[in-house]
Write a protein that binds this ligand. Structure first.
Ligand SMILES: Cc1cc2nc3c(=O)[nH]c(=O)nc-3n(C[C@H](O)[C@H](O)[C@H](O)COP(=O)(O)OP(=O)(O)OC[C@H]3O[C@@H](n4cnc5c(N)ncnc54)[C@H](O)[C@@H]3O)c2cc1C
Length: 396
């Protein structure tokens, strides 16, 4: 008897994964784990070899991650430095804040996938994604689905809310042991806000090594020199590890990371064919008001794999909840229209709610009652104006 694979014409695969980054590789990982897909011929195309540490992903969860083995650090508590001298080390209770380095993720997943002879990797530039995926190394057809994580929406529809989260981070190594390994900083707003949302976070890798990331939520980018100016200022003036102030000659930059994440409530353009399913950033998996994507992608991709298994693929695994979407858009509206100092909004979140409740809210796992209790802790007039604006925009 012929195996299913042998029936496929040349250059044809059951599934093509266009873009083997975080979402593409996670999807392939879940497909590979599930015996239902053992005969599926899968092609993963990416222009990069995925052999550099291009991301550091942080997320929180209450359970165990499918990638638990490669979690580089995990924390039970985090520092929050907000407005009006609100500085507290927050107990995350049931949640654990976790960090995965991109390079560890790639080096863990790719060899596992390569053990499956039905999975093929191709390093190529993707030129067009439809039922046929065109690349600079040839064209490939999908008999069932193409999962696209290369597509980038323009995010320019004025009827919707479009902002950017942009950031630059340095992994620094210090000559003296200055970081407390158990004490990351989730948000530090003690940096000039310039009528935007600007903060720094610090992820200690060891007593002498940490990732320091300067982040802005806004609708325009700044120059690389400016990110660096604020990073340097933060390290040398604001960051006090214990009571110790790091001097310029006492640290070196060993890695750099830069990123831009769309923060948008714009619906994604229809894909070119029902056979093309957009995933990851391309699929709108990004949480619009915060940019967090890693953990949401895991959740949505696991849903997607379940629906593939039951032959009921209508969407890309995203669970759309209109109420949660509305809350997210209202927060985006407050930030985009500068309705109130945004650092004080985030400070209210953490000052008047348990940190675990904030994380649950941001994960969209809170009940409507919990949402209302949560909303009660933020400054009312700017949020009411934002909610009204969002409702009017939705009506017309
Ligand atoms: C530096 C950085 C840090 C981040 N940190 C966090 C975090 O801490 N927590 C969190 O929740 N989210 C974080 N994010 C947001 C989000 O999790 C990441 O952007 C994540 O990588 C998105 O996954 P993706 O698969 O959509 O995109 P990617 O991981 O970027 O994958 C897309 C892949 O497609 C490939 N590709 C694109 N175009 C082509 C083409 N034409 N031809 C061939 N290949 C192509 C790229 O090479 C890439 O490998 C971060 C983002 C960045 C940029």
């Amino acid at each position: 008897m012929l195996s299913e694979n042998q029936n496929l014409p040349k250059n044809t695969y059951h599934y093509i994964i266009a873009g083997g980054g975080m979402a593409g590789l996670s999807l392939a990982f879940y497909l590979n784990q599930n015996p239902y897909f053992k005969d599926k011929k899968i092609l993963i195309i990416d222009r990069e070899e995925k052999n550099v540490n291009d991301h550091t992903w942080c997320f929180w969860e209450t359970g165990t991650s499918p990638f638990e083995e490669i979690i580089a650090q995990k924390w039970k508590g985090v520092w929050f430095h907000g407005t009006e001298n609100f500085s507290q080390f927050l107990d995350l209770q049931d949640y654990v804040y976790k960090m995965i380095r991109g390079i560890d993720f790639y080096e863990y997943i790719i060899p596992i996938l390569k053990q499956n002879s039905n999975i093929t990797f191709l390093q190529a530039d993707i030129l067009e994604v439809a039922e046929t995926v065109k690349t600079n190394k040839g064209d490939f057809d999908a008999s069932e689905y193409v999962f696209d994580s290369c597509y980038r929406s323009k995010y320019n529809n004025p009827k919707h809310h479009n902002m950017l989260q942009h950031f630059k981070g340095w992994v620094i190594e210090t000559t003296k042991p200055v970081f407390k390994i158990d004490e990351p900083i989730l948000f530090d707003f003690r940096t000039e806000q310039k009528d935007e949302l600007r903060f720094v976070y610090v992820l200690p890798h060891s007593e002498t090594k940490a990732l320091i990331e300067f982040t802005i939520f806004s609708d325009n980018l700044i120059s690389q020199e400016e990110y660096e100016f604020y990073l340097k200022k933060y390290i040398e003036e604001t960051l006090k590890a214990g009571e110790y102030q790091i001097k310029p000659e006492e640290y070196q930059i060993s890695e750099t990371e830069f990123g831009i994440i769309p923060m948008s409530d714009e619906p994604h353009e229809a894909s070119p064919s029902p056979k093309v399913i957009r995933i990851g950033t391309s699929g709108g998996y990004v949480k619009a008001s915060t940019g967090y994507t890693f953990q949401r992608s895991q959740r949505y991709l696991q849903n997607l794999v379940k629906s593939l298994e039951h032959n009921k693929v209508e969407k890309n695994g995203m669970q759309l909840n209109r109420w949660k979407g509305f809350l997210d858009t209202v927060l985006l509206n407050v930030m985009l229209h500068h309705r109130t100092p945004q650092d004080s909004v985030f400070t209210s979140f953490f000052k008047y709610n348990k940190a675990s409740k904030v994380l649950k809210f941001l994960d969209e796992d809170t009940s409507v009652f919990e949402d209302i209790m949560f909303i009660n802790t933020v400054p009312k007039p700017p949020f009411i104006r934002a909610a009204w604006d969002v409702l009017v925009k939705k009506m017309f």
